[in-house]
Design a protein around this ligand. Sequence first.
Ligand code: IMP
Length: 206
Amino acid sequence: MTVGCSLLSVDLNKMKKLVFATHNVHKLEELRAIIKNFDIVGLTDINCHEEIVEDADTLDGNAKIKADFVTNNFHIDCFADDTGLEVDALDGAPGVYSARYAGEGCSYQDNVNKLLEALEGVENRRARFRTVIALNLNGEQHFFEGKVEGVITKEQHGEKGFGYDPIFLPDGFDQTFAEMSMEVKNEISHRGRATKKLIEFLIHNA
Ligand code: IMP
C-alpha cells in the first residue's frame, strides 16, 4: 500500500516510488538495476497506456514532452529520458531519430541494418550515445545528460541488450554493448551516467 502519490511517496516497506515515463521494458529493467533504493514505476503501472508523441527535434525537447505529459495528465512528478546515437560520419544522424531511423514501425534490426549499410566503406566510425533526462519535481524542471563515446563495428556482435547494442563498441572495451552484462553496460552507458546525475540530484533535493 502506498501513502501519497508524489514522486517520492513512501510505501509500507519504506521503498520510495519513482515514476519513469516509459513503456519500454528494457529501459525499465536497466533503470531498476541502477536505481536500487527507489521503486521504479513505468507508465503501464500508473495506467497510462497512451503512446506519447515525441515530435521535438532535440533530445531535451522529447524528454520534456514525455515528462510534461505525465505531470499534466496524471498530476504526479516523474522523469523521462530520450536517447540518440550520433554518428560523426553521418553529421550526427540518426540522433534524435534513432528509434525510427529505418522508418515508422521499423524493428531494432532494421535500424542496425540501415546504419551498417550507411557506413559501408566508411573509415570514420566514431559515434556516441547521448541521453537527456527531464525531471519534473515539485513544480520545477531539471535536465541531466550522459554520454558514452565509441565506434560502430562493421558486423554485429552479441545477443544482449537492445537497439544498436550489437554494433556499438564503447571506447576502452573489446566487447559491444550487446556482449556485456547489464551491470557493466550500466556502469559506463549514456543512460547509466545520466541516471547517476539524476540520483545524485534526488539524494540532495528530494
Ligand atoms: P529512447 O529515446 O531511449 O527510446 O531511444 C531511442 C532509440 O535509441 C531506441 O529506440 C534505440 O534504437 C536507441 N537506443 C537507446 N538506448 C539504447 C541503448 O542503450 N542501446 C542501444 N540502442 C539504444
